[in-house]
Design a protein around this ligand. Sequence first.
Ligand code: NAP
Ligand code: GLV
Length: 309
Amino acid sequence: MTLLFVAPTMAAADWVAALAQELPEMPVRVWPDLGDPGDIRYALAWAPPHGLIASLPHLKAVLSLGAGVDSLLSDPTLPATVPVVRLVDPALTDGMTEYVVWQVLAWHRDATAYRAHQRDRQWRKMPERMAGDRTVGIMGLGELGLAAARALTALGFPVTGWSRSPRSIDGIGCYAGADGMDAFLASAQCLVCLLPLTGETEGILNAGLFVRLPDGAHLINAGRGRHLVDQDLLHALSTGHLSGAALDVFETEPLPPDHPFWAHPQITVTPHVAAVTHARSASVSIAAAIRELEQGRRPRQTVDRGRGY
Ligand code: NAP
Ligand code: GLV
């Protein structure tokens, strides 16, 4: 019973050490060293080459090294019968909460303006607003969206959330589906996208959505780059309908050097670091999921292939 680690962009040595701690009984191979593919029961993967998973004849499950599984599900050869388990890990959730709180506070406290004033040696005060007067709307009330919503509520922001199925959460104004979208967007002075990338959510951050936000709204996208229509954001910023954006994810990563987002004065770019997977912490959740699978159970974080997340 062997585990294959396949994540071309991650430090394999850290993972091998962390997995040896949590799953001492399980030999680990690091792609591209497959050995006999018939030995491999579990694949721990981030953006594996298409076709690799299908080439493992005795695979019991694929475990994602990230919360998002779009790069796994986009492989047309991925066998329909192999369960895909996404990552739910407290360190990942904490990282995203920090990122969202950081970017919401940067918006709320005019960080971009003060940085520019400092550069120009200007002692100039911006109007102070109270958190209680500024609504943050979070698209996606899952593991990450809900934790961020709670942290922002604790800071005094009115928080609303939008999900696919109706939710009822104390202290958070909940909206769901197409029917709830207009009311959700109408109050979101700061809109945070923490949706998974699926057929339904691709391109959702577009001109048609932006016009339904209040004038001067701010956008934070930490979901996936393909949620956003880049040109529509640039247009909404140029008309002033949106006042700024913080973007962590991009259609092409790394963001190409000539992309207009890099130099845009109202856009903050971070290099897909909102929530990073830490081997030591994540290997605990991964080991727990593998133990459940070994006992014939279905981990809670198993992806619903029909929904795409
Ligand atoms: P999750 O627990 O699966 O939650 C997804 C949320 O999105 C759920 O509330 C779900 O609604 C909602 N949703 C899905 N499709 C929808 C639709 N068509 N309309 C409305 N709501 C919809 O996922 P998570 O763990 O919070 O992760 C969310 C995403 O964050 C990941 O998929 C990934 O893309 C991104 N991410 C980014 C980074 C980064 O570093 N930038 C790091 C980690 C994750 P229901 O509640 O009704 O199911
Ligand atoms: C990172 O983007 C993740 O999905 O965990």
